[in-house]
Design a protein around this ligand. Structure first.
Ligand code: PEP
Length: 256
């Protein structure tokens, strides 16, 4: 079954509104001359940049995502953002459980699960991140960690909702480090993730779920990674911050 390639740029805490708009204008300038419409392309700016980017992408196939969502509808949660706010701002996707959230902001599989339920409630497409730390890989615990994150993160989710969810495999040792997992290493992890999804939700759902790779993906390695059977795209940090790099990466991921 062919799954459509999905490339999402996680801008992290980069790009104010003017800079975000300028990056989208650069991406748009290449439209018609590139093949990026053949993939689902998503950009995930910081919250205060979302409004400018939603305006800037109008009339294009580029979709906008957020980098976090709170599980409550509203209330006394200083510094957080709700699904209703994101939906009203024109957001369609949301990254949940990025390793930086897990590492610096106390995100756990339980909070990932609560945020995932909120995203689904507001009809936002979740991009749920999983991945092992370097010492977990070195001590042979990669599969155990991925299984735990999947069971905890996707607890009490219906098969129908799971089929809409995107998973991003992001080995933490490869994020922002320039160290990319080899295609074989990444494929083995993706295969394990799909197997676990099949065990929880059935083969049919597992075949539908798109699993992105994230961790120092760039134009020079995207083609080989996305050519792997269970790798359906990428969640991109550094290489999403310049239009030319992002477009080159998309082209390579599509095998063009
Ligand atoms: C990320 O933050 O999700 C990521 C994959 O970053 P980078 O591409 O910079 O490694």
């Amino acid at each position: 079954m062919a799954r459509k390639v999905i490339i999402a740029g996680n801008w992290k805490m980069n790009k104010n509104a003017a800079e975000g708009k300028a990056l989208i204008e650069d991406l748009k300038a290449a439209c018609g001359k590139c093949c990026c419409c053949e993939a689902d392309v998503v950009v995930c700016p910081p919250f205060t940049t979302i409004g400018a980017v939603v305006e800037a992408v109008k009339g294009t196939a580029i979709k906008v995502g957020a980098q976090n969502i709170h599980w409550a509808d509203n209330g006394a949660f200083t510094g957080e953002i709700s699904g209703d706010m994101l939906k009203n701002a024109g957001v369609e996707y949301v990254i949940i459980g990025h390793s930086e959230r897990r590492q610096y902001f106390g995100e756990t599989d339980a909070t990932v699960n609560a945020r995932l339920k909120a995203a689904l409630k507001y009809d936002l497409i979740p991009i749920v991140c999983v991945g092992e730390l370097l010492d977990e890989r070195e001590s042979g615990k990669t599969e155990e960690v991925l299984t735990r994150q999947i069971k905890g993160g996707f607890a009490d989710i219906s098969a129908e909702d799971m089929a809409k969810t995107i998973v991003a495999y992001e080995p933490v040792w490869a994020i922002g480090t320039g160290k990319t997992a080899t295609p074989d290493i990444a494929q083995a992890a993706h295969k394990h993730i799909r197997k676990e999804i099949a065990a929880l939700f059935g083969e049919e759902v597992a075949e539908k779920v798109r699993i992105q790779y994230g961790g120092s993906m760039k134009a020079s390695n995207a083609r080989e990674l996305v050519a792997q059977k269970d790798i359906d795209g990428g969640l991109i940090g550094g290489a999403a911050l310049k239009a030319a790099d992002f477009l080159d990466l998309i082209k390579e991921a599509l095998g063009k």
